[in-house]
Every structure is written in structure tokens, then in C-alpha cells.
Write a protein of this length. Structure first.
Length: 111
């Protein structure tokens, strides 16, 4: 009686095929989860920046920073509002401060 000491080519191809099918199921779910996480992080950063902006206005008798540079120095890079460092957009874009007289003051981001 002859004993087998290995796998046949068919058995190896079947294992590779099963692994490929499993990978094709798992990979799209991982990439979708990553995109959802980035969006959630960006939205949380935006909410934190908006809250810091409102706190700044309360502390300064309703006055908001007059420019992007003042927003950056007084809020974004301030240890008072962000002791662990300024929020960074996970998409690699920057948060832009827009202030126009008579309009709402907002922090914008795009990705």
C-alpha cells in the first residue's frame, strides 16, 4: 500500500480558491469601515472646532476671530481649547474658518 505524503495540485488550487473567495468578501467591508471611520472622525473634529469657536465668542463678549490667522492662533493652536494638539482632518484637508459680517461664522472642511 502506498502512503501519501503531500497535497495534490487540485487540493492546493481548491484551498487557494476558497481563500480568494473569502478575501473578496472581507476586503470591501474593511475599506467601507475605514471610510466610515474617517467621516465620523472628520465630523467629530468639525463639531469640536465649532464648539471651541462658540466658547471663544462667549469669553470675548460675542466677538469671533476676524481672520483665519486669528482663528488659527487663538483657537486651533491654543492649548486652552485643544490641549492635546489641533484636530487634523483624516482626509488630509484643512479646516477653513469663514467669518463674514451679518452671516453665521462657520468652520468649513471639504474632502
Amino acid at each position: 500500500m502506498k502512503t501519501r505524503k503531500g497535497f495534490t495540485l487540485i487540493e492546493l488550487l481548491l484551498v487557494v480558491l476558497i481563500l480568494a473567495v473569502l478575501a473578496s468578501i472581507v476586503v470591501p467591508r474593511i475599506t467601507a469601515s475605514t471610510a466610515d471611520a474617517k467621516t465620523s472622525k472628520c465630523n467629530a473634529n468639525w463639531a469640536n472646532l465649532t464648539e471651541a469657536l462658540e466658547l471663544y465668542a462667549v469669553k470675548n463678549d460675542g466677538a469671533y476671530p476676524a481672520s483665519q490667522a486669528l482663528f488659527n492662533s487663538n483657537i486651533l493652536n491654543s492649548l486652552t481649547y485643544f490641549p492635546h494638539g489641533a484636530p487634523v482632518c483624516p482626509y488630509g484637508t484643512t479646516y477653513t474658518y469663514v467669518s463674514t459680517a451679518g452671516q453665521e461664522t462657520v468652520v468649513q472642511h471639504s474632502h
